[in-house]
Design a binder for this molecule. Structure first.
Ligand SMILES: [Zn+2]
Length: 438
């Protein structure tokens, strides 16, 4: 909220039409380190290594001593949860979302939920929230822990021996709170052909979020300032946007589009496209242009327009003779809120957890075998966590594409026609998948 107030103050000096939208978002706070212990052995598992208290799992101070109730099947149907009243539901990962499993277990009066990973390696998921979540949607108030594959195997053996119990402690709160999206519209430009350029203003709880997403939201602010400094009137209206609660599941952009679709269809129909800036200053950067995904789960209505925007970014990179890669716009950030509604979208991104290998290091410099932002979603995403080289490049690319789109005659027609995405040296380019869990 404070960041929105600050951006609002900066916008007051611009000749823009300022408006906002308030919506309700859930927040989850963990008040103490959770614990998981096998009483009979006095064996304590390690937080964040053997197990994790999943975000949005539980609201309250819980000290639970209980048997584990092994759920057969994947726990995706209410019939999987019979006779576990007061016990801890012990459920394998997979087949449906963590939220579905936990919500069904809660409905069957489980005292808590432990989800074990069925694949070797990491801990399962991170969030127990339906996606998307809107005001009035359910939440899981019993604690939900995730355990690793090996701990899962061990506990499964224990759960067969009915005399053993585990002690689970969790002290967390879920509350809902109003937050907002902020908008600044150009007074001129065709109001039936609106270009939305947005960035999320929130960060994760762990840190200040300078690269994710101070970098994107500051760039949108700077582009707004520079646009108004030109004194030009665009052919198409530009709406500069700062989204709230992206990190909780694209809640700001999703609430905005859903509200318009349900209550103001005429305004919804004016939206020609959405552009997104999320993480554009990554220290170990890989410049990635958003590309429409071949994933069949992505609706096709936005394909041509998204390809058209991708081509504009490619043309810009060709004109400055600079290299880039691609990233599929399957999920990951606010552009997806547009795509899932059938609205064309575009993005440019400098990387989060994508690893830089030797060929990428040759193209862009930086660190080999390190991810693009080693402080991604951590407390060290602070004022030192950026590369000025990429912060000089991406805002210019977005400015160039925005200027082209803003001044285009027949923008809607051009978006409908689309463009072929033919890369001259396509064999050298990587298309990264976006593995975010939205
Ligand atoms: Zn982000």
């Amino acid at each position: 909220m404070k960041s929105a107030e600050w951006v609002g103050q900066q916008l007051k000096v611009l000749p823009c039409l300022l408006h906002n939208q308030t919506f309700i978002a859930p927040t989850w706070a963990q008040h103490s380190t959770p614990s998981l212990v096998i009483q009979q052995y006095n064996l304590a598992f390690q937080n964040n290594i053997d197990f994790v208290g999943l975000r949005y799992g539980g609201s309250g101070d819980y000290h639970i001593t209980s048997k584990l109730h092994q759920i057969n099947n994947f726990g995706c149907n209410s019939s999987d949860f019979v006779g576990l009243e007061g016990e801890i539901a012990f459920i394998p990962s997979g087949s449906c979302t963590i939220f579905t499993k936990a919500f069904l277990a809660q409905g069957a009066n489980a005292s808590a939920v432990i989800i074990y990973n069925t694949a070797q390696g990491s801990l399962p998921g991170s969030r127990v929230l339906p996606s998307p979540w809107f005001e009035g949607d359910p939440l899981v108030t019993v604690p939900v822990f995730g355990v690793s594959f090996s701990v899962g195997n061990y506990l499964r053996e224990i759960s067969i021996n009915n005399s053993w119990e585990v002690l689970l402690r969790s002290n967390t709160t879920i509350y809902t709170t109003p937050t907002q999206n902020l908008f600044c519209d150009t007074p001129g430009g065709d109001p039936n052909s609106t270009i939305i350029l947005g960035a999320h203003l929130d960060s994760v709880e762990a840190g200040p979020g300078i690269n994710d997403n101070g970098s994107g939201s500051a760039t949108v602010l700077e582009l707004a300032i520079q646009w108004f400094a030109t004194g030009l009137t665009p052919k198409n209206r530009i709406r500069f946007a700062w989204w709230g609660a992206e990190e909780e599941g694209l809640l700001g952009s999703r609430n905005y589009l859903r509200y318009l679709e349900q209550h103001d269809q005429a305004e919804f129909n004016t939206i020609a496209l959405g552009l997104n800036l999320d993480m554009v200053g990554s220290p170990n950067f890989i410049p990635m242009i958003g590309k429409y995904s071949s994933d069949p789960s992505v609706p096709t209505a936005a394909r041509n327009g998204s390809n058209y925007i991708t081509k504009l970014f490619m043309d810009h990179y060709a004109s400055i003779e600079a290299q880039h890669e691609f990233i599929e716009m399957t999920a990951g950030s606010d552009h997806y809120a547009f795509i899932e509604k059938g609205i064309p979208a575009g993005r440019i991104h400098s990387g989060a957890a994508q690893k830089k290998d030797i060929p990428l290091k040759r193209k862009y410099g930086g660190l080999i075998n390190a991810i693009a932002d080693t402080c991604y979603h951590q407390s060290c995403d602070d004022l030192q966590n950026f590369s000025s080289e990429i912060l000089d490049q991406i805002p210019v690319a977005m400015a160039s594409v925005l200027q082209t789109l803003a001044n285009l005659e027949n923008l809607r027609e051009k978006l409908r026609e689309g463009a072929a995405i033919i890369s001259t040296n396509a064999q050298d380019r990587i298309t990264f998948k976006d593995k975010h869990e939205f």
